[in-house]
Ligand binder design. Structure first.
Ligand SMILES: Nc1nc2c(ncn2[C@@H]2O[C@H](COP(=O)(O)OP(=O)(O)O)[C@@H](O)[C@H]2O)c(=O)[nH]1
Ligand SMILES: [Mg+2]
Length: 213
């Protein structure tokens, strides 16, 4: 499948909030393929969801660690006359939250259980802040995903907030991203030719979920 928007326009026909769940057990029925957005608190998960869907659905905030709920969004995509239902999942961020150690452990356990047991997850989008690429927490997340990822699932690393980098930093991260099959994006300004545009990102998501790559 060609990801060029001009060749194969991708239309997002519908995007709406379904529900928030506090753990695996009260997640919605697993009818459709799911794409989970995970990464540290404040890395830009909710903002990227809104930009991809072109709707202000996921609550984005400049205060880190605010939500500990798993939020589900129902979307309908159209490509070449084919209608594809996809669920976007906005996960609570790792780290930051100003709560007791026990509460934090409980939240993390919930989150890991969700990632491990939720069979309809087809794509793990691991968001990493382009300005802080080698944090231990992100390496742990990557390791965990590699460990649990089944044959019918894929992992994609996305460097976020690339608009905050200067030209030479963008050049450098784009080079290392291409060798590791990661993407560099900005949810607020993706005009730079070395960044993956939001249109291209939509194409990549569809390709991966539909199993074309
Ligand atoms: N400059 C810039 N800011 C961003 C970008 N994505 C998110 N932000 C900002 O980063 C903050 C956290 O974003 P949010 O989506 O709430 O992060 P989340 O906690 O991972 O869901 C907000 O103030 C956003 O406006 C981006 O691509 N570029
Ligand atoms: Mg968020």
């Amino acid at each position: 499948m060609n990801t060029q928007e001009s060749d194969n326009p991708i239309i997002i026909k519908k995007a709406s909030f379904i529900k928030s769940a506090n753990d695996f057990h009260n997640a919605p029925a697993p009818h459709y393929s799911e794409i989970v957005f995970l990464g540290r608190s404040n890395v830009g998960k909710s903002t990227l969801i809104n930009t991809i869907l072109n709707e202000n659905l996921a609550k984005s905030s400049s205060t880190p660690g605010k939500t500990q709920l798993i939020n589900f969004f129902e979307t309908l995509w159209e490509i070449q006359g084919q209608i594809v239902p996809l669920i976007f999942v906005d996960l609570p961020g790792f780290g930051y939250a100003k709560v007791s150690k026990d509460t934090k452990k409980h939240w993390e356990k919930n989150l890991l259980q969700f990632l491990l047991k939720r069979d309809c997850i087809k794509l793990f989008l691991h968001l990493v802040d382009a300005r802080h690429q080698d944090l231990a927490i992100d390496q742990q997340v990557e390791g965990f995903l590699q460990e649990i990822c089944r044959n019918d699932q894929q992992i994609l690393r996305i460097y976020t907030k690339c608009d905050k980098l200067n030209q030479s930093q963008i050049h450098k991260i784009a080079q290392s991203a291409s060798s590791t099959q990661s993407l560099c994006v900005s949810a607020t300004n993706s005009n730079h030719r070395k960044l993956t545009s939001i249109k291209q990102l939509r194409g990549v998501i569809l390709q991966k979920v539909l199993g074309y790559s």
